[in-house]
Ligand binder design. Structure first.
Ligand code: NAD
Length: 485
């Protein structure tokens, strides 16, 4: 039985109130362990520790020393790779084959990539003055201060370090509130921080839920200087209201209802392979995932048939099953939500091409959060299953006749996170990509990421951009120093 404590000021501490909540495996609903729930007192201690650490040895380090420390953190995660892998797979139920290629290596790499990309030149302008002597303006970056990192459960380590990496690279300190569903890797990262000599208070973790719990206490804490959040749009709205007090900066990476557009001139097998990944990897629990697929009519039947063939080949199984490439949803609660959309889609007139239900996994696994990968056709565009983010392994496939129609259909959503365009005609690819109302447009690929590029969503999918120089903007304060000559 595991116990997940807070990591505050370099030490593991229990919750002051003694309040615990259960962490259960989505694979079979067995109890993994108990998680300490932070009250206002522990959150306050964590934020104050983070504030104090800004003035300690961390605040005096050079950029190079900090970068070297971030490199050590990445190396140490890789040395303890199997422990991180076990922890992530236990919490999420995802196949080890996936987490060992995506979650853990990319989670570690975030520290190195951002250590490199945060050291940008500052700007400088020489100006004329009426007395003719002139002045120099020099841009100077300082850390923003204490950053609250509120993260989700779908890619727990990866999405958390995507924020912690650049925040630390810029010299900030952090208090992380991981999702209540996935406390393990954030907790383990505390050990790594200590092993790498990161000063106490620089990295802190508080566990708990959102409203009236650690998430709310953290985001309303007056000593938090900025908040970076990944999660649902409606949670983002609540956090933005909290951030308004004291005019704290926010970075919001929220939900999506992403489209795939498959033109008749695509490489069909590439499009099928890419759409399979974008709709079904991580059991469909990827913010960038494709839940709406628009296919040009001449290849519609062939594309649909190939997708069904591939879905039928997905192998559901335990994380450690080397053959398995499809795990359960993260929790029974989330399965109830996804299943309610499966039922709704039927009521709204969908043809269930494949899936649509809860699979029989046998006595050992039937208590887990398993769900069938699902493809629908025939839904009207105003169906709720088309308009609302489901965040499960499902997509609706619909034909289109013209490029303009495909663009209009894809953009007809409140969300604006990502899209994937499949065509071998590069002029069309660029033309369509330029018209998509999204933060991330992929052509003949999906989830291909260079961490120097911008990341974030348009419309209800987010606010602000992270990644590379964009992260630098968010995680540091720019001061102009004007020197009269
Ligand atoms: P969620 O919004 O329910 O929770 C995210 C985090 O916010 C959790 O740590 C939660 O405890 C915390 N939280 C909830 N209410 C809060 C409150 N009132 N105050 C402070 N904190 C609060 O999201 P989730 O279910 O964990 O994750 C799935 C969602 O995340 C999906 O909508 C998905 O699209 C989105 N997501 C977006 C991206 C992106 O980069 N745009 C990436 C991954 C996931």
């Amino acid at each position: 039985m595991k116990e997940f404590k807070h990591f505050i000021n370099g030490e593991y501490v229990p919750s002051a109130s003694g309040k615990l909540f259960e962490n259960r495996s989505p694979v079979d609903n067995s109890l993994i362990g108990n998680v300490h729930e932070a009250g206002e007192a522990e959150v306050d201690t964590a934020v104050r520790a983070a504030k104090a650490a800004l003035k300690g040895p961390w605040g005096k380090m050079t950029q190079k020393q900090r970068s070297e420390m971030l490199y050590r953190i990445a190396d140490r995660i890789n040395e303890r790779f199997d422990e991180f892998l076990d922890a992530e797979c236990l919490d999420t139920g995802k196949p080890r084959s996936m987490a060992s290629h995506i979650d853990i290596p990319r989670g570690a790499a975030n520290f190195k990539e951002f250590a490199d990309s945060m050291s940008h030149p500052t700007e400088g302008f020489r100006m004329d003055t009426p007395d003719g002597t002139g002045a120099l303006n020099v841009g100077h970056r300082t850390p923003k201060g204490v950053i609250a990192v509120v993260s989700p459960w779908n890619l727990p380590l990866l999405l958390m370090t995507f924020k912690v990496g650049p925040a630390l690279a810029c010299g900030n300190t952090v208090v992380v509130k991981p999702s209540e569903e996935t406390p393990a890797t954030a907790t383990l990262l505390g050990e790594v921080m200590n092993e790498c000599g990161v000063p106490p208070g620089v990295f802190n973790v508080v566990h708990g839920f959102g409203p009236d719990s650690a998430g709310a206490f953290l985001t309303t804490h007056p000593l938090v200087d900025a908040i970076t959040f990944t999660g649902e749009t409606r949670t983002g709205e609540v956090i933005m209201k909290a951030a308004a007090v004291g005019l704290r900066n926010v970075s919001m990476e929220c939900g999506g209802k992403n489209a795939g557009i498959v033109f008749a001139d695509c490489d069909l097998e590439k499009a099928v392979e890419g759409t399979m990944r974008s709709a079904f990897v991580n059991c469909g629990q990827v913010c960038l995932g494709t839940e709406r697929v628009y296919v040009e009519r001449p290849i519609f039947d062939r594309f649909l048939a190939r997708m069904k063939e591939e879905v039928a080949k997905l192998k559901l199984g335990r994380p450690e099953d080397p053959e398995a490439n499809f795990g359960p949803l993260v929790s029974l609660e989330h399965r109830a939500k996804v299943k309610s959309y499966y039922d709704l889609a039927r009521e709204e007139g969908a043809t269930v091409e494949i899936g649509g239900g809860i699979p029989d996994m046998g006595a050992e696994l039937n208590e887990g959060a398993w769900i069938e990968p699902t493809i629908w056709t025939g839904l009207p565009e105003d169906a709720r299953a088309i308009r609302e983010e489901i965040f499960g392994p499902c997509c609706h496939i619909r034909p289109f006749d013209t490029e303009d129609e495909a663009i209009a259909l894809a953009n007809d959503t409140n969300y604006g996170l990502a899209c994937a365009i499949w065509t071998e005609n590069s002029a069309r690819a660029i033309r369509v990509a330029e018209q998509m109302e999204v933060g991330l447009a992929w052509v003949n690929s999906w989830f291909l990421r260079d961490l120097r590029t911008s990341f974030g969503g348009a419309k209800h999918s987010g606010l602000g951009r992270e990644g590379g120089a964009h992260g630098l903007e968010f995680y540091s304060e720019t001061k102009n120093i004007c020197i009269k000559l």
